[in-house]
Design a protein around this ligand. Structure first.
Ligand code: DC
Length: 238
């Protein structure tokens, strides 16, 4: 399968990262959660005290910031799928904070931010997708991978689930991390992010015309992965 690229898109908490990580492990591909780039920019905006409405300054920052995504080293003891560095600082967990959750849709809707991050994603995808890097391919997970970043990917998946199910999952994750947040608040945040991600002018969230759509609402993680592997087999057999 060349280019050896799997593109996975879907809304927040749809299960796309879990299925993407599972596919990457099954294929020995690099797992690349592209949302972490937008989260890293957002973290830098908040850390620098830049106002969220200041699009020119945020656009400039996105062009200058150095973000590195590394496989977790040594072994992933704390559950991370990758290590995220911003100008050399490890921000892997900071970029998952609720403040970043709330601000990331606004930052990622800015055209200059998108163009800088899209360039970065394509560089990484082309390097791994050509089969000439340390891994034989790459799985990219995001919102616009199949439509904008890598429309040439031979396998495109769109993972969806109802807002209520996604909010339940996110709520449970937060509870397990000892964070007390009301379910209604989590649901409202998810619905707000869905709205911004799918109504924005630049690269709105939507399935590519040729994406295989998988609804994870009533599937376990293992069943969703099995559906993704079945889609992969169909592409390989074609
Ligand atoms: O998948 P996530 O929740 O970590 O994504 C964080 C935000 O980044 C999300 O609100 C939309 C944005 N994003 C994007 O616009 N394009 C991508 N390829 C990945 C994420």
């Amino acid at each position: 399968m060349y280019p050896a690229i799997v593109a996975i898109d879907g809304p927040a908490a749809s299960g796309k990262s879990t299925v993407g990580y599972g596919l990457a492990r099954a294929l020995d591909f690099l797992f690349f959660d592209t949302g972490s780039l937008y989260r890293a920019v957002t973290w830098a905006v908040l850390d620098g005290g830049i106002l969220l409405g200041n699009e020119p300054e945020i656009g400039q920052l996105a062009g200058e910031i150095w973000i590195e995504i590394q496989p977790p080293q040594p072994a992933p003891q704390d559950g991370r799928h990758a290590t995220v560095l911003v100008d050399g600082q490890d921000v892997t967990w900071q970029i998952r904070a609720p403040e970043v959750d709330r601000a990331v849709s606004t930052v990622s809707a800015y055209a200059e931010v998108r163009s800088a991050m899209t360039d970065r994603q394509r560089q990484i995808a082309r390097r791994y997708g050509s089969g000439q890097a340390e891994r034989p391919g790459i799985v990219l997970v995001g919102r616009d991978i199949g439509t904008v970043v890598m429309p040439e990917a031979p396998l495109k998946l769109y993972i969806e689930a109802t807002a209520a199910v996604r909010a339940q999952r996110r709520h449970q994750e937060l509870c397990e991390q000892g964070k007390e947040v009301a379910y209604a608040q989590v649901l409202a945040d998810i619905e707000r992010r869905d709205r911004i991600d799918s109504e924005r002018t630049h690269s709105p969230l939507r399935p590519a015309a040729d994406a295989v759509r998988i609804d994870s609402s009533e599937r376990t993680a293992a069943e969703t992965l099995a559906a993704a592997l079945a889609a992969l087999r169909t592409v390989l057999a074609a």
